[in-house]
Ligand binder design. Sequence first.
Ligand SMILES: Cc1cc2nc3c(=O)[nH]c(=O)nc-3n(C[C@H](O)[C@H](O)[C@H](O)COP(=O)(O)OP(=O)(O)OC[C@H]3O[C@@H](n4cnc5c(N)ncnc54)[C@H](O)[C@@H]3O)c2cc1C
Length: 509
Amino acid sequence: MSRVYLYLGVLLCMISLCCSSPSSLGSRRSILREVQDNGKSGGDHPDYAVELNASNFDAVLKETPATFAVVEFFAHWCPACRNYKPHYEKVARLFNGADAVHPGIILMTRVDCASKINTKLCDKFSVGHYPMLFWGHPSKFVGSGWEPKQEKSDIRVVDDARTADRLLNWINIQLGSSFGLDDQKFQNDHLSANISDPVQIARAIYDVEEATSTAFDIILDHKMIKPETRASLIKFLQLLSAHHPSRRCRKGSAEFLVSFDDLYPTDFWSTNKQEDDKSSVKNLKICGKDVPRGYWMFCRGSKNETRGFSCGLWVLLHSLSVRIEDGESQFTFNAICDFVHNFFICEECRQHFYEMCSSVSTHFNKARDFALWLWSSHNKVNERLMKEEASLGTGDPKFPKTIWPPKQLCSSCYLGLDQRMNKIEWNEDEVYKFLTEYYGRTLASLYKDRDIIGSDGTEGAEDLIVATNAIVVPVGAALAIAVASCAFGALACYWRSQQKSRKPRRTWK
Ligand SMILES: Cc1cc2nc3c(=O)[nH]c(=O)nc-3n(C[C@H](O)[C@H](O)[C@H](O)COP(=O)(O)OP(=O)(O)OC[C@H]3O[C@@H](n4cnc5c(N)ncnc54)[C@H](O)[C@@H]3O)c2cc1C
């Protein structure tokens, strides 16, 4: 019976995910990666610029996390274009690919107008000479074009790009930046550590995907799925499949759940199946083929070794905490505590977090209480690390630890200072309001703006309303959430029944 619940729940969840995603989704997702792989297979010196053509132009520019794009229209037979290529590549090296010096800011692309498939595309951009370069927000190129006499256009011709120096200088003028051709990786002087800019969190949607994908890669690489951790992973997957802010991660989690019993049957560890199943598990990409991308956006540190995954994991946990319903709060608490305890491969972090989880003696009945507990626990970690990093000099100088949110982000969160205890007095209603807005609506806003997944606009809308402080709810999106919640309930029910039939494990106090 319990198994029926599981399949019913997962089926409903999958239906809700699939109904609103267009059929071309799978192919579109992998385009960015494919394009980059193609470039790399060419020879000893991979092309950094991404080669686009009429069939992938819109999809790639729609999906890129980059804030700006440069599109070079060229013809492969044109000698001037061949001579220009090394200049363009010198600049593209800085911004494109997983080894980029300044990733996620500008997508550098090229379109070969001498290829027949691209004739219409080049006409749309009135390409009158080769090479011709355009600049704009990636989304502005989608389904669009350019005309010389157009008075106002979101796309601009790059009019001084004859050499790599001049192209980079032109870009620096547009962005007010100081990128240099000799910049090396993690020479991130341009990073804006402006904590008062709430728009920054919108870029974290890419990091939440990156962290999720990285977490599962680590779990699989380190063979962390064991008889004693299996149930904990199932629980976390249930949470992800219902409430992850990214649809592609929800879908991947649901798919993993469906195949979990086949991949890891209970007798998996007692037989020699471990060897047989390696390949199918190895290929598992929980957030789709394009993720992990190999770089961080919101969580990028100014040094190689700072921020990144642990920052992305915190953002994921907070974003889950503001998306759950009241009835799911205790389950979520257990799922997160167990996940960190079993799968976060940082011994000190695991131990500290375990202690904080274990010190909770009451049952969570409200989503608000759990979100505030997580926020306050994160602040306890911040407080401890503030001192540690200051004395050891191990922190990121651009992102020093603070008690969060700072006043610049939420002044109404502050009631005052308890002088006697030297502690901030918080207005917790305001903190919760702020958390739901920040990790709910703002975090998902890029999905809406860019319509990353669907062409029907439902992705943004759906992600907006999962946050507890609901705004206007479109009917289709409400249905999808309702179905996803049912699935979550069914999955939780299955999990509980499984737990009953298992040997009792440690529970949080
Ligand atoms: C569960 C967990 C436990 C950890 N325990 C330890 C530990 O014991 N020792 C250790 O050295 N490192 C620990 N880490 C890592 C550490 O907390 C930081 O993630 C890491 O130092 C990177 O810091 P960061 O500057 O990127 O900001 P992070 O602390 O990672 O925060 C990421 C982002 O979350 C936001 N944020 C900050 N505070 C809060 C808050 N209170 N509520 C909501 N949002 C907030 C900010 O925008 C911040 O940029 C832990 C990480 C996790 C996920």
